[in-house]
Design a protein around this ligand. Structure first.
Ligand SMILES: [Zn+2]
Length: 138
């Protein structure tokens, strides 16, 4: 049976800055130049003040697991060989939420409130996916 390719994000005018940052190993989020609010997912207008002006600001890459699930039945056949896998919602220190996966941890690390930090998983020359690993005290 032919291998089913995993879908790859396609950058567009609204999210190119996000993907450019990921490719460089930087978590860059939109920050409104009108009111200073951070936002994610990328979009053309600030939901707080309706300004179109924003910058791609460097985020800390740190956050906590807000919630998670374990996927046992894939939504797409391309993910079948990864089963079971986790999906987490991270509340970033800057405020926005981000959907991702926890990598490099044990089952005990997958819990609500766990401190995490971003790492980047290259898919190809243009796209690196932001993933999160447990953040340990240093
Ligand atoms: Zn704003």
């Amino acid at each position: 049976m032919a291998e089913i390719p995993v879908p790859v994000p396609v950058p567009d005018a609204d999210n190119q800055g996000f993907w450019d940052g990921c490719r460089r190993g930087e978590l860059r989020l939109q920050r409104c130049l009108g009111c200073g609010a951070w936002r994610h997912h990328p979009r053309p207008i600030c939901p707080r003040c309706q300004s179109f002006a924003c910058e791609w600001a460097l985020a800390s890459g740190r956050g906590v697991v807000h919630t998670f699930t374990i996927v046992h039945r894939p939504t797409l056949p391309a993910f079948e060989d990864r089963l079971p896998y986790n999906v987490i919602v991270v509340r970033l220190e800057e405020g926005p939420f981000m959907v991702s996966n926890l990598v490099g941890g044990s089952a005990e690390d997958l819990r609500i409130g766990a401190a995490v930090e971003v790492v980047f998983e290259p898919l190809d020359d243009a796209i690196s996916l932001p993933k999160f690993r447990p953040r340990r005290a240093r």
